[in-house]
Structure formats: structure tokens, C-alpha cells
Design a binder for this molecule. Structure first.
Ligand SMILES: Nc1ncnc2c1ncn2[C@@H]1O[C@H](COP(=O)(O)OP(=O)(O)OP(=O)(O)O)[C@@H](O)[C@H]1O
Length: 776
């Protein structure tokens, strides 16, 4: 086989951080493929290999010390630092030979004479010694590698060494990228040698591991070194699934750290001009595992073809990654949250362009625009997208969701008890989205001052548009392929926190371009209203996170008056509403579903509800929703098809209507946990993204102080907001609500919805999100 390339060494040169909006940092590591010393790349004409050895430079060392000193255990830190510095300096004094063999272990030093006497016999001698002595510990990824690494001798000598290594049977034969792991394998020469004949060593394949490198001379796994824990900023291995882009960077400078013996020279380095390519990936924040931090690895090589080959091969592999979007529709709400919508999009847009995801961006100019676009877009056009991205808050996402579902999702209205006042003639069979109803909905929304629809005329034109186009192209809902993404820019961002585990635009953007997928329950909330002609008029709204009446409705109404305050308006409005302490009379009927998990007590009186609440708070400790959540992935027992498969708990044989009646400070129905920065565990810590249940939380009228205590519990991590006598918590697939006397309004995903009579149900996993659930 023609041996076309070189064995190249790569030096980790710089770790720079730049802040993203004060929340996430962008990390950039630069590696260099050349004869520098730390990372080896063995390049064959048909296959590529490299080994990366990360380095902790002096800056990293100093930062590490500073961080340690900053911690509260000062004395301990100082002792450790002293130990560290002593060990560090002693390590720095270790000699190494002129061929840059980095020997740091005594057992290896014993072989120095072999090495110095006859370099070319060194690998063979060393390997033999390893076998004979059984000293694999020092040989592991260590000694022999260095024989390979040390090919920075120019000319004839290098060729000789190469030939010798090949003669030793160390030719790399395993194709890279086969295992969907990349960058590439740490070639481990001595691992399996005992089972093989001496002299016939073959490399075993290991995932790339970055060996931290102290002082330019010592290969040490720093995470265990000197009893000081160090987590390198660069990933220790990168899976192909974690790479979102690879691109050629053209000719440019690469900073190479110097590798002279003296430690002070580590600060020195030089820029070398060469061809470069960058692998864009991410690492996880060590404090917050859900948060992804961009990590770019830039490689340089003097030969452009080498870079091209790498880029092409990596891109070819990335193309085979399933589920990655290619074309997205993006809505940007410029005034969302603190008015950062556009800036947020600008910050993440490069991630999309690097990943070669096409985006059609619509910056909204008014409330309701995203709804109009989503509801009027033809199915044919929608089919050309892999999903829709909302750059904004929960309310904005809700608008897009409603625009998407209203004209397309055909489902029965929620079930109601037989005495529910407005039983619709075809209760259970009616489909919510016929044209007449959409028009009726329009007028109702106008009445509510809900801003989704600008004018009935405009909506009328949408309907005719749908009529002609929809017949041509089908757009099934639920739709496995089509997904929603949220780049958080709002005031609360509860949906994004629950689906990605963090409130970070970079993480959300990565979840989108990497094609993550998680199913999300959606609540259908129907307001029933008598028209002047005495007809019952339903008005449907979909909610992805929370619908609340009373306190929650009053807060949203009040906060709208203070929108100019930005996100602080919720605190201000919340305080005002809390001080008023208003309760509202209502009757709630909910479907009580028999299930092992949720039927915790047979008592259904007031006290019984208390017991249930306590037990369910215990449950929450055990079954928190997370990435690959077992509860969300559980298949329902009932094998139902079509829309019925979305309401598995309604099909359960053991269902009955239970009721609660009285004065309530609030009535809330949470689809998901609704975690946010104010309520770190959310309203319901054990709510799941896709279990087909609503969490009905009824707060009965109670003394002011008790209510304050309940609210305080909400703001605490590990608090028990449901563990109160006046709190009822029911896990249900459907409920109805009827108010009497003075009325509040409903707050549906942060938007006002007026309803005196309402029925609701949840559709399990109705939509898919570009997210993977929280890493908890
Ligand atoms: N260009 C616009 N101007 C004014 N309002 C808009 C515009 N675009 C969208 N909206 C409306 O603003 C409402 C609130 O938006 P959004 O949810 O993004 O912000 P927020 O209320 O600050 O955040 P959160 O919902 O997370 O608390 C949405 O319901 C949407 O209808």
C-alpha cells in the first residue's frame, strides 16, 4: 500500500472562551496536524488516523489554581496547590532525550539505554519488554505511542522509522468512522498483545482520548493526577453524532505552542501558515450537564489534499446521520422577553449555516402573524420543511403551535360528564377543525382580544387557500418527521427548559441541527359558549405547558399592563395579585383513571386528596422526566389506532368522573413540569413530557400566609408545593371546568383565554420537538 502521508504530531495550542449573552461560553480548541509533538496523525492514502493528546497549558494551569483558591475550602486548596506546584516543578525537571521521547515513568526510564543505544530497535525492544514484564500498565497508550509520536525527525530517518513500525505489524488497518466514533482511535499497541505472538502486534482500537499534558513532557491522565481533579475543557472523545459541521478553513495561521524543555517557554508559540479545517462539535457543561458548549477543533496541515480528504470523509459520514434537518422555517419574535429575539437569532444563526441547514426566517411585526403564517401555509410548502423554529418565549411558541394544529389536526372534543351543561350534539365524534368552526373561532378570539387573528377577512382568505392546496398535499398530524424547535428568548421559557433541560440558545440550536427528537403532550382546551342564537359554540386552543385560572389568569392579565417592564412584570404583577388574594367559585370534574401509579388512595374526599398529594410528591423523587425517559417511552397497554392512540388513558376501562367544587385561589392544569428559573422543580416535579396525563392542581381558598408558604415552596429546589391540605393534585387525561359568580380568565401558555365553561384533554406525544429531554 502506498504510504502517502506523514505521521504528524499535533499540539493543543489555545483554549479561548468568549461569552454568549452572559450565559453560555464558546470554547475553541486548536489542534495542529504537523510535526510538533503532542498529537499523532498517521496518514495513509486510503485511511486516516490520528491520535489526539490534549494539553493543559500554563494558562489552564493558572485558571485551575485560581478556581481552586476561589472555592470555600481555602485551606485544603492551598495545601493541594502547594502539593501541585511541588509535583509540577518536579515533573518539569524530568529529562527527555533529544528525540523528544517523553518519558515520565521510572519503569520506562530503565529502557532509556536501549533507546539511546539504538533508536531503531527501540519499539521492538520496548514491546518485547512490555510483554516479558507484563508491564502493560506503563505500556498502555503510553510507551509505544511515543515511539510513534516521535516521528518528527525529518527525511530519511522518518522513512526508516515508518518502515520499521510497519514491519512490526503496527500498520493501522481498521477503517475509521465505521463505529460512528470519530477523531479517531487511540491506537493501543500493547493491549491485546499477550494473546498474540510476539512480534505480531496489532493495534486495538480505542476511542480518542485526550491525554492531558503537563509541562510539555509528561503524558498523564490529569483527571486522576496528583489527587487534583481536572476536567479538560476539550472533549475526551467525540462521537460523530456530536459533530454538527466540518468545514475547510482555507489557508491561514495556526498557533503552535513551543515544546522546548523549559517550562517558561510554554507561554511561547508561533503562528504557522497552513491549510486548515475545523470540526464543530460540543462538550457538556460540567456544572449543568444539559447545557452544551460549542467546541471547535481546528486542524492544520501543509497539504490541502489531506484536509480535503478529512473534510469529505467526515461530511460523508455526517450525511448518514439520521434525523438531521435540512430545511427549517424560523419565526423570530423581535420583542420577546427583554427584546432580544433578533440578537438571539443572530447569535445562533451561524450554527445553522455551518451545519448547512437552510432557513427561511420570518421576523414578526405583530402579534398573531406567526399564527397566520402557520395556519395559511399550504401543506405542500410545509412538507418542504423539516420543522419550525420559534425564537421567542412560550407564548410565541403557543401561537405557532396553534397555527399549525388548528387547521390540520382532526380530533374529537374532550369527553365530558353527562351533566356538563354544553354537551355538544356529537360529543366525542366532532372534529374540531371544520371551516365553519374556524370562522366562529375567529370571532370568539376577536371578542377575547386574543391577538392571533387580525381580521376575519384575512382568515377567510386563509381558508380558501387551504381548500385548494390541502387537497393536493396531505400533512398528517401527528407527524413523525416534522418537529418544532424553540430558541429561548422569552420571559419564562418553561417549555424549552423542560425539553432541553436548560435555557440556553446554543444548546437549543445544537439540539435542532443535530436532529434530536422528543415527543411532547399537547392539551386541547375547549371553551364552550352560548351564542346569541342559543347555539353552543366551541373554541379550541392548544397548550404545550400550562393552563391556569384564578391566580394564574389574574397575573397574566395584570402583567400585560406592564409589558414595558420586561420579564420583571411577572414579579410585580404576581405580588399585586397575591396581595388581593382573590378566590373564585368553580366546579371541576376530572376523569379518575385507575392505574398502579396514579391511583394511590381509594378515598376521594378532601382528606383523601391530601393523602394522594403526599404520596405523589414521593413519586416525584423517583420518576423525574429525563433523556430517554422510561415513562415517556412506555407503550400503552391498549392497542388503539388513529387519534385514539393519542388518548390512551381515555380508553382505559376503569375511568369515572370525580369532582371538586368550591372556592379556589387557582385551578391549574400542567402538561409538563413547567420548570423555570423561578420554580426550579416546576409546578409538578414529576410531570412528564409525553405520558398522556395532565396534572390538575386545585388550590382551595386558604389563609394568606398558607398560600404564601405554598408559593415559597414552589420557588425552592426540592420543595413540596403540593403537600398542603388546601392543595389537590390529580393526574388525569381530561377534565371540565365551570365557573360561577365573579370570574377570572384562563392563562393558556401565557396567553389570556376567557372561558366560563371549559373542557380539556391531553394528546399523548402529539408533536415532536427538536430536543432530547433534560439530562438530570
Ligand atoms: N412582533 C411582535 N410584536 C408584538 N407582539 C408579538 C410580536 N410577535 C409575536 N408577538 C406576541 O407576543 C406574545 C408574547 O411573546 P413571547 O412568548 O415570545 O414573549 P414573553 O411573553 O416575553 O415570553 P414567555 O411567554 O416565555 O413568558 C406572543 O403571544 C405573540 O403573540
Amino acid at each position: 500500500m502506498e504510504r502517502e502521508g506523514n505521521d504528524c504530531d499535533v499540539g493543543d495550542t489555545s483554549l479561548t472562551a468568549s461569552l454568549f449573552d452572559g450565559e453560555a461560553s464558546v470554547l475553541s480548541s486548536t489542534f495542529l496536524l504537523d510535526h510538533v509533538g503532542e498529537v499523532t496523525v498517521t496518514f495513509h492514502s486510503d485511511r486516516l488516523y490520528w491520535k489526539l493528546v490534549g494539553s493543559l497549558d500554563n494558562t489552564g494551569f493558572m485558571i485551575h489554581l485560581a478556581l481552586m483558591l476561589n472555592r470555600s475550602f481555602r485551606i485544603l486548596s492551598i495545601i493541594l496547590c502547594i502539593e501541585f506546584v511541588i509535583s509540577y516543578s518536579s515533573l518539569c525537571k524530568t529529562k527527555y532525550d533529544s528525540d523528544r521521547f517523553h518519558i515520565s515513568m521510572e519503569s520506562v526510564q530503565a529502557s532509556m539505554s536501549d533507546l539511546e543505544a539504538d533508536w531503531e530497535s527501540f519499539p521492538a525492544t520496548m514491546i518485547r519488554k512490555c510483554i516479558e514484564n507484563g508491564s502493560c500498565s506503563f505500556a498502555k497508550g503510553f510507551t509505544i505511542e511515543k515511539a510513534e509520536i516521535n516521528l518528527n525527525t525529518p527525511g530519511e530517518m522518518k522513512r526508516k522509522k515508518t518502515q520499521m513500525l510497519m514491519a512490526l505489524g503496527v500498520e493501522m488497518t481498521s477503517p475509521i468512522l465505521v463505529q460512528k466514533r470519530v477523531l479517531m482511535r487511540l491506537v493501543h499497541w500493547v493491549d491485546h498483545q499477550k494473546t498474540r505472538n510476539e512480534g505480531q502486534l496489532e493495534p486495538s482500537n480505542r476511542y480518542m482520548k485526550l491525554w492531558c499534558w503537563y509541562g510539555g513532557r509528561h503524558y498523564l491522565d490529569i483527571s486522576t493526577c496528583l489527587r487534583v481533579k481536572y476536567f479538560p475543557k476539550a472533549a475526551t472523545e467525540i462521537k460523530l453524532s456530536e459533530i454538527y459541521a466540518v468545514e475547510l478553513n482555507g489557508h491561514g495561521s495556526i498557533y503552535i505552542s513551543s515544546l522546548p524543555p523549559a517550562p517558561e517557554c510554554l507561554l511561547l508559540g508561533e503562528d504557522i501558515q497552513m491549510f486548515r479545517f475545523t470540526v464543530h462539535g460540543f462538550i457538556r457543561s460540567k456544572n449543568q450537564p444539559s447545557q452544551c458548549i460549542l467546541a471547535d477543533y481546528t486542524f492544520g496541515h501543509t497539504n490541502l489534499q489531506v484536509c480535503r480528504k478529512w473534510v469529505n470523509q467526515l461530511n460523508a459520514s455526517l450525511k448518514q446521520e439520521v434525523g438531521r434537518p435540512k430545511n427549517l422555517l424560523v419565526f423570530v419574535h423581535p420583542r420577546s422577553g427583554k427584546g432580544n429575539g433578533c440578537r438571539t437569532w443572530e447569535a445562533v444563526a451561524p450554527i445553522f449555516s455551518r451545519a448547512r441547514v437552510e432557513t427561511k426566517v420570518i421576523v414578526t411585526e405583530r402579534a398573531g402573524e406567526a399564527f397566520d403564517v402557520m395556519s395559511s401555509i399550504t401543506n405542500m410548502e410545509l412538507n418542504s420543511y423539516d420543522g419550525v423554529v420559534a425564537v421567542g418565549g412560550d407564548g410565541f411558541f403557543n401561537e405557532i403551535l396553534n397555527g399549525f394544529l388548528s387547521p390540520r389536526f382532526k380530533a374529537p372534543y374532550p369527553p365530558t360528564p353527562s351533566d356538563f351543561v354544553h354537551v355538544v350534539k356529537d360529543n366525542g365524534d366532532a372534529l374540531v377543525n371544520d371551516e365553519d368552526e374556524i370562522v366562529a373561532e375567529t370571532s370568539s378570539k376577536m371578542e377575547d382580544q386574543f391577538p392571533l387573528i387580525s381580521s376575519p377577512k384575512q382568515f377567510g382568505s386563509r381558508i380558501s387557500n387551504l381548500n385548494s392546496e390541502d387537497k393536493a398535499a396531505e400533512f398528517p398530524v401527528p407527524n413523525e418527521w416534522f418537529r418544532f424547535g424553540i430558541i429561548p428568548a422569552g420571559s419564562t421559557d418553561a417549555i424549552v427548559i423542560c425539553t432541553t433541560g436548560t435555557r440556553d440558545p446554543i444548546t437549543s440550536a445544537l439540539h435542532i441541527v443535530l436532529g434530536k427528537r422528543v415527543h411532547l403532550d399537547i392539551a386541547q382546551v375547549v371553551r364552550w359558549k352560548m351564542t346569541p342564537s342559543s347555539e353552543v359554540e366551541p373554541n379550541v386552543r392548544y397548550a404545550a405547558s400550562f393552563s391556569g385560572y384564578g391566580f394564574y389568569g389574574d397575573v397574566i392579565t395584570e402583567s400585560e399592563k406592564y409589558r414595558w417592564m420586561g420579564p420583571t412584570r411577572y414579579d410585580y404583577a404576581g405580588t399585586m395579585v397575591f396581595l388581593k388574594h382573590r378566590s373564585y367559585e368553580a366546579e371541576i370534574a376530572y376523569l379518575d383513571v385507575e392505574s398502579d401509579e396514579i391511583n394511590l388512595t381509594s378515598k376521594r374526599d378532601y382528606q383523601g386528596n391530601l393523602i394522594r398529594a403526599i404520596r405523589s410528591s414521593h413519586m416525584s423523587e423517583r420518576r423525574i422526566c429525563r433523556t430517554n425517559c422510561n415513562v415517556c417511552n412506555e407503550k400503552p397497554n391498549h392497542a388503539s389506532v388513529g387519534v385514539c392512540s393519542l388518548t390512551p388513558h381515555l380508553n382505559s376501562e376503569e375511568t369515572r368522573w370525580a369532582r371538586s367544587k368550591g372556592h379556589f385561589l387557582s385551578v391549574g392544569a400542567a402538561v409538563i413540569s413547567c420548570r423555570n428559573e423561578k420554580a426550579p422543580d416546576g409546578l409538578v416535579a414529576d410531570a412528564h413530557l409525553s405520558d398522556g396525563f395532565l396534572h390538575l392542581i386545585l388550590i382551595r381558598d386558604c389563609p394568606h400566609a398558607s398560600y404564601l408558604w405554598h408559593l415559597t415552596q414552589l420557588t425552592r429546589r426540592g420543595g413540596s408545593p403540593l403537600n398542603f391540605k388546601f392543595v389537590e393534585h390529580h393526574k388525569t387525561p381530561a377534565f371540565t371546568f365551570t365557573s360561577s359568580g365573579d370570574e377570572s380568565v384562563w392563562n393558556v401558555d401565557g396567553e389570556i383565554f376567557q372561558a366560563h365553561q371549559l373542557s380539556a384533554q391531553v394528546f399523548r406525544g402529539l408533536v415532536s420537538m427538536f430536543a432530547s429531554g433534560p439530562e438530570v
